[in-house]
Design a protein around this ligand. Structure first.
Ligand code: GLY
Ligand code: MN
Ligand code: MN
Length: 483
């Protein structure tokens, strides 16, 4: 029998693949699919745990930009190939201000008599009657159930509208507008000519600085991220062979399993760097083998379901015991980290922890005869130690691994630490395998130790302290986990 193809194709019909197996839809099938579905509306949902915090964050934004429209998109998924997208992750600023993570959503703050009226524009549930739930490229049958707008209002604590009319809505706004650029080309197109590059940059910078001091919800998230990451490191130790090589990819996959089970994802590509790979700061190819006798540098973080990430590094002797030279380098890095962590306290310059750690590294390098005949102070001023220390000693941490990255320099690296800030302290020494300026026994050794430090009212708290750091404690921990 010939197939009857419905002439009524919903707008946005899932683009047929050139070689897709199913060509069309009969009127009978369309009618059949339109009926026979239960009402699954959910009532009396509790607000998201961070809803009170997101309201306060939006109020701070409102106070800074009175009388202006403010637009923060969640973003759109990126194409991997053809009709396959990369996994979607909402923009950190949208998640920060709403608690929501919906693809294509847009937060709009409309100027009002007192401050702003905030609304979230979201893709609602798919209509069953017109077939969009299964025939539209954004249909729930393909991607899963979404919330109704009423459900989203209960969860987020703010008015919610159908995002499919937001472009028309934004096209008609009167008055000054600021937009968070870089996430939604369609919103950018409709607002082009209404926004300025300088105004939007100021907006982006303010949003970044708003996140410098974490509230209690965020600190609890980071605490959980560190605890889950510690469990992921333990998982890795359990698969690390003592007499046979372990593929770096197995280490990566083992950690990622923990990240997916306890959180949303890894917060950044895991560095699983064995032997000389540990001297490459961002070794993410992870195509080598961790062999007994090697050090394994593991830099990984679980990103929570609310999108906060840990960022922790431990450098472990695969055999279970450091060799004397590995221990010597490790102890220098640990001393530098201790000096850096001790410099984290409210009122200190942000830079202090970096300077304290780097100075300690320079002193060790000088004591080992690597900085030449100059006094260590002079070599330090000239930065000669940096051949082996390479990177800065840390950064802010939160929704992004390199959090608050576009804050003004005076508010961040030239700023002052305040209670509620969370930063990494991560000194390292990296002796490249082909570095002829160091004794042969150092070549190919890379050590980094990285912890996540909360600035408290009277000092600091190491959120990642559950993972051992001293060489003896690391060895004992490896022995205990391996039975
Ligand atoms: N893993 C990224 C960093 O440590 O900054
Ligand atoms: Mn790291
Ligand atoms: Mn880091």
């Amino acid at each position: 029998m010939a197939e009857h193809v419905s002439p009524e194709v919903p707008a946005g019909e899932r683009k047929a693949r050139k070689n897709g197996l199913i060509a069309g839809v009969s009127e009978e099938l369309a009618a059949n699919m339109a009926q026979g579905w239960a009402d699954t509306e959910q009532y009396d949902l509790e607000p998201l745990p961070q809803a009170a915090h997101t309201a306060r964050r939006r109020a701070a934004l409102s106070a800074r930009f009175p009388g202006e429209w403010l637009v923060v998109p969640a973003g759109r998924s990126k194409v991997r190939a053809n009709d396959i997208p990369y996994p979607f992750r909402a923009s950190s600023d949208y998640a920060y201000l709403t608690g929501d993570q919906s693809e294509e959503a847009v937060l709009v703050l409309e100027p009002a008599a007192a401050g702003h009226r905030a609304s979230a524009h979201l893709l609602p549930r798919s209509d069953r009657g017109n077939g969009e739930f299964w025939r539209d490229q954004r249909g729930e049958l393909w991607d899963g159930r979404r919330n109704t707008l009423a459900e989203s209002e209960q969860l987020l604590g703010l008015p919610c509208h159908d995002v499919r009319s937001v472009l028309e809505h934004l096209g008609r706004v009167a008055g000054p507008v600021r937009l968070l650029r870089g996430y939604d080309p369609e919103v950018e197109a409709v607002l082009s000519g209404r926004v300025t590059a300088e105004g939007d940059e100021e907006f982006r910078v303010f949003l970044s600085e708003l996140r410098l001091v974490k509230d209690e919800f965020e600190i609890a998230e980071l605490r959980f991220a560190c605890a889950a990451t510690a469990r992921g490191f333990e998982d890795v130790v359990r698969v690390l062979g003592t007499d046979t090589p372990t593929p770096e990819r197995r280490i990566e996959g083992t950690f990622w399993t923990r990240a997916r089970i306890e959180g949303n994802d890894s917060g950044y590509p895991s560095v699983c760097a064995a032997g000389p790979h540990a001297t490459t700061l961002h070794w993410v190819r992870n195509d080598g083998q961790a062999r007994p006798g090697d050090l394994l540098l593991l830099d990984a973080g679980v990103e929570t379901k609310h999108l906060y990430t840990a960022d922790i590094t431990r450098t472990l002797p695969v055999s279970g015991r450091f060799t004397p030279v590995q221990r010597k380098v490790y102890e220098a890095v640990l001393a530098a980290q201790e000096a850096g962590i001790a410099a984290v306290k409210p009122g200190a310059a942000f830079r202090d922890f970096h300077l304290a750690a780097q100075r300690t590294l320079a002193e060790h390098l000088a004591a080992w005869g690597l900085l030449g005949d100059r006094p260590v102070e002079e070599a330090f001023e000239l930065g000669l130690h940096r051949r082996w220390t390479l990177s800065g000693t840390g950064h802010m941490l939160g929704l992004d691994v390199h959090d608050c990255a576009v804050a003004r320099t005076e508010a961040y690296v030239d700023g002052t630490l305040e209670p509620g800030m969370v930063l990494t302290v991560e000194p390292g020494l990296y002796f490249q395998p082909d570095d002829l300026t160091v004794p042969e026994e150092y070549r190919g050794i890379g050590v980094r130790i990285e912890d996540d430090i909360l600035v408290t009212a009277d000092g600091r708290e190491n959120l990642s302290a559950a993972l051992p750091r001293s060489p003896d404690a690391v060895e004992a921990w490896l022995a205990r986990l391996r039975g």
